[in-house]
Design a protein around this ligand. Structure first.
Ligand SMILES: Cc1cc2nc3c(=O)[nH]c(=O)nc-3n(C[C@H](O)[C@H](O)[C@H](O)COP(=O)(O)OP(=O)(O)OC[C@H]3O[C@@H](n4cnc5c(N)ncnc54)[C@H](O)[C@@H]3O)c2cc1C
Length: 476
């Protein structure tokens, strides 16, 4: 990057808020996906005015800008494919307003999810989407990926809470979309356009979020099964009753063994587990616990355990949250990678999907752990790959293609919550074939010089085993 450009950036954000140190550039080239590419400079703005000035400069000099929250994305969204600038939004971390009486709060984009809920806790309100990365991920990143989590079946996804946004557009102008009201029929719902836009249309600087009251009581039921299909059937049968669980987590044998071995979670030794959470008024929770237990027993659970003890619930939840890291420590040479990791199918198709994933694993000689927030049809698979072996990546790539074939045939989507980035781009293009021209036109209209996160989503070309973080050759 030209020294004059670096000087101009320094003049906007201050000397200590840009970096070209090799270690920083290397670190900011990652998110939590399999991909990596170092940027040329990191810029850390503190205000919307600074973001605007940086964008104007980047547009003038045709420098790519990739917005970055906490870098916890699992599909390469924050990886600067074409170098240029990574804009770290974490200094914009002020909770500007909490207006419980109006059911909304206003936050800067770099506020971390858990910090917001800590601030809301004394009011007995929360922003309920509950991603597994809650301790780190930012509200801006959550809006940009339409993040959600284990409670989406009852509480919805980030998009259901976005009332308004402030966004810096590619000419540096600042646009406000949406309102501070719960209802709004005021023309195009442009705030929705930026939900799931993954940094390709503008930089989100401020978010107005709807708030939800916290439930008074929670309890969990753990049901063990002798097949993954039976556990899947339990979820779809449960959803067909009048009980609306606040979470329903599914884990297969590979995941159960991994967390028992590496975290010592003490989960039942079985083929599959369902952890079901119900919440609400105490008497409703009591009644629903009974109804959930009956459904689990009816579909053939080999054991059912219910608890409202906070310590036991925390241990179970922690076991489920540890799956990703536990799988990585499961085998000697293998790491768990996010490939075909986040698809969603109509809820009644879960048993068919999980059965097909198991067959694909055997056919392709790949270890696949299956788990997920199954009540909303969202299944995660993690593949164990030898990251240094081209053959291992090739097996995984074939399995990924077969998994997405099944998911699309079942009427599902390639991503329920993590977004597209790089890792899902070719399959997303297949899923959204009839809308791609419109997406390209929207991108061109809002970002004619293609400075925002270029080369991703609809613009990605080629396979997904590329720009790897591991020293193994890319597969084209
Ligand atoms: C252990 C673990 C568990 C996870 N569990 C879940 C889960 O349960 N549910 C879920 O949905 N996801 C989950 N994720 C994925 C990830 O945490 C979410 O996608 C999260 O929303 C990303 O937030 P971030 O701040 O880290 O964004 P980043 O990873 O920094 O960025 C993600 C995308 O958003 C864009 N972006 C970031 N900030 C802005 C901004 N201000 N303006 C415009 N674009 C922006 C980036 O360019 C990128 O394309 C998990 C990840 C990990 C590592």
């Amino acid at each position: 990057m030209r020294p004059e450009t670096l000087d101009a950036l320094m003049a906007i954000v201050g000397e200590t808020n840009i970096s070209t140190r090799a270690a920083d550039l290397y670190t900011y080239g990652f998110d939590a996906s399999i991909h990596h590419r170092s940027p040329d400079v990191i810029v850390r703005p503190r205000t919307t005015a600074e973001v605007s000035d940086v964008v104007k400069l980047a547009r003038r000099e045709k420098i790519p800008i990739v917005a970055r929250g906490a870098g916890t994305g699992l599909c390469g969204g924050a990886v600067p494919l074409m170098g240029g600038m990574v804009m770290d939004m974490t200094r914009m971390n002020t909770i500007k307003e909490v207006r419980v009486g109006d059911l909304y709060c206003v936050v800067e984009a770099g506020v971390v999810y858990d910090r917001l809920n800590e601030r809301l806790a004394p009011f007995k309100f929360f922003f309920p989407t509950s991603p597994g990365s809650a301790e780190a991920c930012t509200i801006g990143g959550m809006v940009a990926t339409n993040a959600s989590g284990m409670r989406a079946i009852k509480y919805g996804a980030t998009r259901d809470y976005v009332l308004g946004l402030e966004v810096v557009l590619s000419d540096g102008s600042v646009m406000r979309v949406g309102t501070n009201t719960i209802k709004n029929s005021s023309g195009y719902q442009l705030e929705r356009l930026f939900v799931g836009s993954e940094g390709t249309l503008g930089i989100i600087t401020e978010v107005t979020l709807r708030l939800a009251p916290k439930p008074k009581r929670q309890c969990m039921i753990m049901a063990a099964f002798d097949s993954l299909e039976a556990a899947g059937t339990c979820v779809s049968e449960l959803i067909a009753t009048p009980v609306l669980p606040s979470a329903t987590e599914l884990m297969d044998r590979t995941c159960i063994q991994a967390v028992n071995k590496t975290v010592g979670s003490g989960l039942p030794d079985c083929e599959a587990l369902c952890m079901i959470e119900v919440d609400g008024e105490p008497e409703v929770v009591e009644r629903e616990m009974g109804m959930v237990t009956k459904v689990a027993e009816r579909v053939g659970a080999i054991s059912v355990e219910a608890t409202s003890d906070p310590k036991t619930m925390a241990r179970w939840t922690n076991a489920r949250k540890s799956v990703m890291s536990a799988l990585s420590r499961f085998g000697e040479r293998f790491v768990s990678v996010s490939l075909a990791d986040d698809m969603a199918v109509p809820i009644s198709r879960i048993p068919a999907a999980v059965k097909a994933f198991q067959e694909i694993a055997v056919r392709n000689d790949v270890v696949i752990g299956t788990y997920g927030h199954a009540a909303d049809g969202n299944l995660h698979t993690k593949m164990l790959v030898d990251p240094m072996s081209e053959e291992s990546w090739r097996h995984a790539e074939v399995a990924v293609g077969e998994i997405y074939d099944v998911v699309l045939d079942l009427g599902g989507t390639v991503t329920g919550e993590h977004g597209v980035g790089i890792s899902k781009a070719p399959y997303f293009q297949r899923e959204r074939a009839s809308a791609l021209d419109t997406m390209v036109a929207i991108k061109k209209a809002l970002d004619p010089d293609n400075i925002f996160n270029p080369g991703k989503m609809q613009d990605w070309e080629g396979g997904i085993i590329r720009h790897l973080r591991y020293p193994c050759p890319d597969l084209k």
